[in-house]
Every structure is written in C-alpha cells, then in structure tokens.
Design a protein around this ligand. Structure first.
Ligand code: ADE
Length: 229
C-alpha cells in the first residue's frame, strides 16, 4: 500500500475528492484516510508543515498502517534557473539543509546516527512516472531536493543551499520522510511542482501559485497512480 503525504490541505484535497472506499482514522497528530485511487490502494494524510510533523506521519504510515512505499507530494521552490514555476521535479535524493553538526567535525547536512547526507529515492518509481509524463508530452525534471524548517525567500540563502548540496529545489518535509523511510528500509519518492523560485520575491510568487500548482500536480499524479496496482 502506498502512503501519500502532503504538508497542507490544498495539496491533498484533489486526492481526497477522487478517492473511493474511504475510511479515516486519527492516529497521534494526523488523520489518515484509507481508500482507492482508481485500482490502487492508498493512505492519504496531511501531516502539517515541517520536518517533525512529516517524520512522525511517515513513521505512523509505515509502522501502524503497513505502507510499503511513501510518496511525499506538493509544492516546492526552484533553485535551478532551468526549472521554472509549474515544472515538476521528482527527487533522485533528499538532503536536510538545516542539519548541522559541523562544530563537532561533521560535514553540514550529515544525519548523525545513520551517517548519510543524501537519502536516495526509489529509481523504479521515478522512471515509471517519468515515462508516464513523457507519454503526455511533459518533462519530469530531477535532482536533489533540499529540505529544512525554513521557507526560503532569500537569494543569498538560496545560493548557499545550491553551492553546498547541488540541490535543484527546496521544501520543508521530503528529507524527514526520507530519513524515516531510510531507517525503516521502505522506498520513498518526493514529487513536487514548483510554486516559486525561493528568491527574494518567493513569498509573493508562492502565494500567487501555491493552490493552482497543488491541484494541477495532484490531478496529474492521480492519472499515474490510479493504474499502478
Ligand atoms: N515550498 C514551496 N516554496 C518553498 C520555499 N521557497 N521554501 C521552502 N518551502 C517551499
């Protein structure tokens, strides 16, 4: 069963409306809606914004609800001049740009305990989605997605994240989903539509585009996921 995690209600509403055989359960901090998208069994949850909510939600989906694959989906800020607002990015790996134990001698971004910086995403799922989009005449962009408990609306901070991690997009949950999936040995993917460019104007661009991007991405992803199994 696939677990679909969004941070915000606007990113989940389209899925919720299209799901059949729905039943909801509240576990801990989140409500989980089980049901089907087409013929595919899914669990959907709106985890809340940021790494802590995303990590807790991911753990519940895996440990309590038996999810065997997690997809984190929603909007993000582009860090790459070749990736614009409305483009879709599927992460090849996530990093946590605000994880920093460098004062203790570690590289910035190293997740102590598991001792990795990059948390790799599931390639087979990524490739299938890329093929699906290509058949619809749309390109799927890929690269490293950087996660942190900060909305990035600042050219200098954007530059710093790019130069440190080579990331192409930034958001606030995917790396936490990745960490819990990695620790549990469960595959995951992060799929995001760009709502802004994480620059000095990002707060305005984000407000303007967030809802439309969230719905458009959910609509596209529904077509893909509904035939998976
Ligand atoms: N989600 C969408 N845009 C973002 C940004 N600029 N920073 C962090 N998370 C985001």
């Amino acid at each position: 069963m696939i677990g679909l995690i969004t941070a915000m209600r606007c990113e989940a509403e389209f899925f919720e409306n299209i799901m059949t055989d729905k039943r909801s359960v509240k576990l801990g901090t989140s409500t989980f809606t089980r049901g089907k998208i087409g013929i595919t069994e899914v669990v959907l949850s709106v985890c809340g914004v940021g790494k802590v909510f995303a990590g807790v939600c991911t753990n519940t989906m895996i440990v309590d609800l038996g999810c065997t694959h997690i997809v984190n989906i929603g909007v993000a800020g582009s860090l790459d001049k070749n990736i614009g607002v409305g483009d879709i990015v599927s992460a090849k790996a996530s990093v946590q740009h605000d994880m920093d134990t460098s004062a203790a001698g570690d590289p910035v971004g190293l997740i102590s305990g598991i001792n990795v910086i990059e948390l790799p995403c599931d390639e087979a799922f990524h490739d299938k989605f890329a093929q699906y989009l290509s058949a619809k005449g749309r390109t799927l962009k890929t690269g490293i997605i950087a996660t942190g408990d900060q909305f990035i609306s600042d050219n200098a901070r954007k530059k710093e994240i790019v130069s440190r991690f080579g990331a192409c997009a930034v958001e606030m949950e995917g790396g936490a989903v990745g960490q819990i999936c990695y620790a549990n040995g469960v595959p995951y993917n992060i799929i995001r539509m760009m709502s802004d460019c994480a620059n000095d104007d990002a707060d305005d661009t984000y407000s303007l585009n967030r809802d439309d991007c969230a719905v458009e991405l959910a609509d596209i992803f529904t077509g893909f996921i509904s035939t998976l199994c």
